[in-house]
Design a binder for this molecule. Structure first.
Ligand code: MOS
Length: 725
């Protein structure tokens, strides 16, 4: 189905099931431990693989001595990067995952040791001896930025944009700001590490793994192994978090496949926790320069945002200026992004890539401007709202209610009681409040599904969509139930299998809207098949309460299909409509912090998010996404930072004891409000993304609250106590 006209009324709008707060249908499986994750799948005669990572960041392997490892207890095989030789790289990978003598980053996989037990494999992995010819690498972004270049492309967008005459307008603006902000390298640190179980049957590979994007992984695994994609069966029905770290094929899958081939047995490989940091991807650090000029009444006349980030050769930018192209009005504007070559582990997408770190800077700058202008920061943002793409005024937003979010949030939060910086004190704590706006784009990706009505009136949905803890199973079941007029318990959902139609997958907050739209399209076809089977007049048919009704005739869905069932399959595809409008999601974050007067320790005391994100398909699962994102925003604000060893080129704090993510004690009262809206241009579901929006702006709201509490302006994340003293 091509979605090319604004959605008018359709069965989803009944909202008898879609839009309802339905607890997740996989919840019981997960809370009772019955949902089986990649490393837990069982096969006869399993062997265990343990990776060996490079001890240098850049250079070549001159020799490897695996004799001690091979002779160790229980060891079945040692497969080295030299054994498998140089491999063609998957499209989505920047550095090689395995194969050849070139080392591109620290902890790049250079061998897998396979043994009867995990412990034997781990012990033997320490016995592999490697000689390197080490080369000098570049690991310091503040140095590398001096030779950074303008890449051809910034994630499908131009690296530079300009409208009007920024320099002249900035020069003459009565009130102006020029500041530099930095965000550090950050780690996804999802709970379930990357893990795979590989089994070969002749030349066919079955791989249980933990992947956000089944088809991307399958394609890239085929390339790296040098086999036909059709020979690979990939399964990833449950995933213990991803945050972008499992968008692209990773080394666990490749190592498991080579290891299983070598020992002719099923092999499990999980990346040990330290490997998550240096073997896989991270969100790259940024250096961001922002300049804003305004009239004395607060009208922004000039706005510029420049960002520098680094990556491996052939790598990508962190697109940190994207939101500045869209968030506020201003006649004269420019943005620019530059990419430095670094030889750290490869950077890539982490939850709300671009906007999350970009808003960490921009929304402090906006707060600073409001202060200079003597305006309330909520008022200043409302004053500079825009209903069209400020770089292309002929292009309206499909739906934009940032102003509504700010107003509703200010009222709910009690914003009007806010004091001047450094004036509120409770015992040893200085108290402050802060606000930030949120914007994250709404991306559209084709998504297919297959639905089958069986003899008993049960509908089964199959799509390779993944559920990374987000609630995909539930919203897909809600969609099919609404479309077919069935209660939830008459719908079965099967996800995460490469034998099912290719979905949007879980990424870029597009998963929910796009995958349910694909299910919608397939259900439209299934409804047609049912109507045709019954010989009904299509225009009069209603599907409800397990029956199909036309005029005075009402037929139960059970019994419509024969023993083979009735099947339908379709893909939602997105036509030009999506180009004529800018599709984004909006929000406002309000935060209250306390800062200890003696230690400088900051504690978040209360948080409120107001989100305008189209139709909310399920308020429970959407709220879970937003409070999870708010929690991540607390981490990015106060503690999360990968410390770079700039001499040897690796991230030093490679475990959860030293890469500090928030714990329960760090997270106070969190409230989420969804604006009551639909976006008929976004999809037949009239929904948009929500999973990444919840993170956008949170950390800046915390920074602004710390300023309000203390009068100290922090521009460098994370805002640890040493920066306040
Ligand atoms: Mo998201 S960073 O596209 O999983």
């Amino acid at each position: 189905m091509q979605f090319d006209t604004p959605a008018t009324t359709n069965p989803i709008d009944q909202l008898t099931i879609v839009g309802q707060s339905i607890p997740r249908i996989d919840g019981e499986l997960k809370t009772t431990g019955k949902a089986i994750y990649a490393y837990e799948w069982d096969e006869e005669n399993i062997a265990y693989g343990h990776p060996v990572g490079s001890a240098i960041a850049k250079g070549r392997i001159t020799s490897m001595d695996v004799s001690a490892a091979r002779n160790a207890d229980g060891v079945l095989a040692v497969v080295t990067t030299l054994d498998v030789g140089k491999r063609e790289k998957g499209k989505q990978n920047t550095a090689n995952l395995f194969g050849g003598d070139e080392v591109q980053h620290y902890h790049q996989a250079i061998a897998v040791v396979v043994a009867e037990t995990f412990e034997q494999a781990r012990a033997a992995a320490a016995l592999v001896k490697v000689d390197y010819a080490e080369e000098k690498g570049v690991f310091d972004l503040s140095e590398a930025m001096k030779t950074a270049v303008k890449p051809k492309d910034a994630g499908g967008a131009p690296p530079d944009t300009a409208v009007g005459d920024f320099d002249a307008a900035f020069e003459t603006a009565p009130v102006s700001l020029e500041e530099t902000y930095t965000t550090p390298d950050q780690s996804h640190s999802m709970m379930e590490p990357h893990a795979s179980l590989a089994t070969w049957d002749g030349d066919e590979l079955t791989l249980w793994t933990s992947s956000q994007m089944i088809d991307w992984w399958r394609t890239d695994l085929a390339t790296t192994l040098g086999i036909d994609k059709e020979k690979i069966h990939l399964k990833s029905p449950y995933i213990g978090g991803g945050f972008g770290g499992k968008l692209f094929l990773r080394a666990d899958a490749v190592l498991a496949a080579f290891a299983a081939k070598a020992v002719k047995r099923p092999v499990k490989v999980a990346l040990p926790r330290p490997f998550l940091v240096n073997n896989t991807t991270h969100r790259p650090a940024t250096i961001q320069r922002i300049r804003i000029g305004a009239e004395r009444d607060g009208t922004i006349t000039a706005i510029a945002h420049e960002s520098w980030s680094g990556d491996q050769p052939d790598g990508q930018l962190e697109t940190a200026v994207m939101q500045t192209r869209l968030l506020y009005a201003g006649k004269n504007r420019m943005t620019a992004m530059r990419l430095a070559e670094l030889h750290l582990p490869e950077g890539n997408a982490m939850r709300a890539p671009g906007e999350a770190p970009g808003l960490m800077a921009l929304e402090i700058a906006i707060d600073e401007m409001a202060e200079k202008l003597g305006l309330d920061p909520v008022e200043f943002r409302i004053l500079n709202d825009t209903q069209v793409d400020p770089e292309k005024p002929e292009r309206p937003f499909s739906h934009r209610d940032l102003v509504g979010c700010l107003k509703r949030g200010a009222e709910q939060f009690g914003w009007s009681t806010r004091g001047k910086p450094g004036t509120r004190r409770e015992g040893d704590w200085l108290i402050g409040t802060g606000v930030a706006a949120a914007l994250r784009n709404n991306l559209l990706v084709p998504s297919a599904a297959r639905v089958r009505l069986d003899q008993d009136g049960v509908v089964t949905v199959e799509t390779d969509m993944t559920d990374i803890g987000t609630g995909s199973y539930t919203i897909i079941a809600q969609t099919a139930a609404e479309m077919m007029g069935l209660p939830m318990d008459r719908v079965k959902v099967r996800l995460g299998d490469s034998r099912f139609p290719v979905s949007a997958g879980s990424g870029g907050q597009f998963g929910a809207n796009c995958s349910t739209s694909g299910v919608y399209a397939a259900c439209v076809k299934l409804r047609e098949a049912v109507i045709q089977t019954l010989g009904f007049n299509a225009s009069e048919v209603v599907f409800e309460n397990g029956t199909v009704r036309s005029g005075t005739r009402s037929v139960p869905l059970a019994g419509v299909a024969g023993p083979d069932g009735l099947s339908a399959e379709d893909t939602i595809e997105w036509a030009e409509l999506s180009d004529s409008h800018q599709q984004s999601t909006f929000g406002a974050h309000f935060v209250e912090v306390g800062v200890d007067i003696a230690t400088g320790e900051s504690r978040v005391r209360r948080m409120l998010a107001v989100c305008a994100s189209g139709r909310i398909l399920n308020p429970i699962t959407a709220r879970s996404q937003v409070i999870g994102a708010m929690t991540m925003g607390v981490g990015l604000a106060l503690s999360e930072e990968l410390a770079v060893d700039t001499r040897r080129g690796f991230f030093v704090n490679h475990d959860l004891a030293s890469y500090e993510v928030p714990v329960h004690a760090d997270i106070p009262h969190q409230e989420v409000i969804f604006m009551d809206e639909t976006d008929p241009i976004s999809s037949p579901m009239k929904a948009k993304g929500i999973g990444e929006l919840g993170l956008c702006g949170v950390s800046a709201a915390i920074a602004n609250a710390i300023h309000n509490a203390t009068g100290v302006r922090l521009r460098h994340y994370p805002m640890t106590l040493d920066k306040l003293l």
